[in-house]
Write a protein that binds this ligand. Structure first.
Ligand code: SAM
Length: 222
């Protein structure tokens, strides 16, 4: 099977599971290709992606962006994490059916997982889509990034204000926004208004972060 066929198979598997377990609101196959698959893959040309070996997808849900990326980058290894176990069952089933040997799942909240030695400051790249506002998301994701590595958030252009407001939080967590880059693809109209917030890890995250489960969401860092 080539990549296109694998991505089509991924779509069919997720849509079939979706009838039993609700993992995505998108039910139309074409819309699925555009909003879940192409959108996930828009990160491929970024140098921060190209250079990464170990990638964490935090709040992967039904496997996005992690699963399409794992299909297209067999040379990288992916950890797909989420607080909801039943969504990860779908991710595991899809990975198994596709024969993806570069995917592992972790069932945990980011705030708890970040306290474990094996995961903290371990990843070359952490990605995340549609999980939380930028300040909360940075507290979830930056603790996992190794020094010199990157956190890339999938956002939309209308997030400019929340990105600006998260600068203080990002600095406290050891990060620095390198750039906000427009997502592009073969057909740019597909990704209209989507951006990547590229954050570099320039200092270790202080031990007190992330705060206890629930706090980053309720009381985002300023
Ligand atoms: N990233 C996927 C996508 O773009 O289709 C799923 C997005 S879904 C709207 C948000 C996901 O983030 C949910 O599956 C939820 O369980 C997960 N999530 C939210 N807060 C989390 C946390 N603190 N730790 C781990 N997962 C979290």
């Amino acid at each position: 099977m080539d990549r296109t066929q694998q991505l089509e198979k991924l779509r069919d598997i997720i849509l079939e599971w979706n009838e039993k377990i609700n993992v995505t609101a998108i039910r139309d196959p074409q819309e699925f290709d555009r909003k879940n698959v192409q959108d996930s893959l828009a990160i491929l040309p970024l140098p921060e992606y190209e250079g990464a070996k170990e990638v964490l997808d935090m709040g992967t849900g039904g496997g996005f962006p992690g699963l399409p990326l794992a299909v297209c980058s067999p040379e990288k290894s992916f950890v797909l994490a989420d607080a909801i176990g039943k969504k990860l069952k779908v991710v595991q089933a899809a990975a198994q059916e596709l024969g993806l040997v570069n995917v592992e799942t972790v069932h945990a909240r980011a705030e708890d997982m970040a306290k474990t030695k094996v995961h903290r400051e371990h990843y070359d790249l952490v990605v995340s889509r549609a999980v939380a506002n930028m300040a909360t998301l940075s507290e979830y994701c930056l603790p996992f990034v190794k020094l010199g590595g990157f956190f890339v958030a999938y956002k939309t252009e209308d997030a400019a204000e929340e990105i600006e407001a998260a600068k203080g939080a990002i600095a406290r967590l050891g990060g620095h926004i390198l750039r906000v880059e427009k997502a592009s693809s073969n057909n740019d109209a597909l990704l209209n208004g989507h951006v990547f917030v590229v954050v570099e890890k320039i200092a270790k995250t202080p031990k007190e972060y992330p705060r206890k489960a629930g706090t980053p969401g309720k009381d985002p860092l300023k």
